[in-house]
Design a binder for this molecule. Structure first.
Ligand SMILES: C[S@@+](CC[C@H](N)C(=O)[O-])C[C@H]1O[C@@H](n2cnc3c(N)ncnc32)[C@H](O)[C@@H]1O
Length: 238
């Protein structure tokens, strides 16, 4: 299936596919396991997952989808989509191993061109995905379109720490050490240089909040996590 977003989307897809086999290990290793807590906090934005249909966009190897399934019950249904087939294949294996096949459906899905009907999900989530979209506004607009009125959008994304001292230390780790270690262990140094590059280029939380409001979300909030390394954006579709 053709993907939307031209050369940028193709190179993002190729890069994630090339590191898919080391992705989970490096996520946990390079974040010192914090990514697990961040995903749990993101899912805690949903007060009740019973009977809810959730779409997880740019799901990667499925960690957020699995977190949702574990937080919900046997009536919670998750559709998890990504445009990297390598990521999806690893995710499918993890879902089978966790015995969550009845809760989670993993499939090829292009975030810039979602094939789902308007107003079809009670919740739409995306962890560390929107920063990679070849068209941010288009991806956010698609996520909003498929969300039901009253449904909640939850976006977990890296941010820049606001404390200047911590920010400088973190920048050294993020721009110098992480590409070196990530590159060595994944075999793709560019992928781990791409990560800090995209974080420093990404719109600040207030700008992202304004975009979400412009797309028709209300009660838009941003909650920073772990000294502002990342944060949770959430809003409700009007
Ligand atoms: C940093 S990973 C995050 C994966 C996962 N959500 C997590 O929490 O670990 C970013 C993912 O976004 C996916 N991605 C980027 N642009 C996409 C698009 N337009 N459509 C679908 N997936 C996309 C990549 O293939 C990759 O798996």
């Amino acid at each position: 299936m053709k993907i939307t977003g031209g050369a940028k989307a193709k190179s993002v897809e190729a890069m994630f596919s090339s590191i898919a086999h080391r992705y989970d290990f490096l996520n946990h290793f390079l974040s010192l396991g914090f990514d697990i807590t961040w995903r749990k906090k993101a899912i805690a934005c949903f007060s009740d997952l019973r009977g809810k249909k959730i779409l997880d966009v740019a799901c990667g190897t499925g960690d957020l989808a699995i977190t949702i399934a574990k937080a919900g019950d046997e009536t919670t249904r998750i559709t998890a989509g990504d445009f990297s087939r390598e990521m999806i294949e690893i995710g499918k294996t993890k879902i089978k191993e966790a015995d969550l096949d009845s809760a989670v459906t993993m499939e090829f899905s292009d975030a810039l061109n979602l094939t789902y009907h308007d107003n079809s999900f009670d919740g739409v989530t995306c962890a560390f995905g929107v920063r990679n979209f070849a068209g941010l506004n288009r991806g956010l607009s698609e996520m909003t379109r498929v969300l039901k009125p009253g449904g909640r959008m939850v976006i977990l994304e890296f941010t820049q720490p606001s404390n200047p001292v911590f920010g400088a230390l973190y920048k050294f780790y993020f721009t110098q050490m992480l590409p070196a270690v990530g590159g060595l262990l994944s075999g793709n140094k560019d992928a781990y240089k791409y990560l800090p590059d995209t974080v420093y280029q990404f719109p600040a939380p207030d700008k992202l909040s304004a975009m979400l409001e412009g797309l028709g979300l209300e009660r838009v909030e941003f909650n920073p996590l772990t000294f502002g390394i990342c944060g949770i954006h959430t809003g409700i579709k009007k």
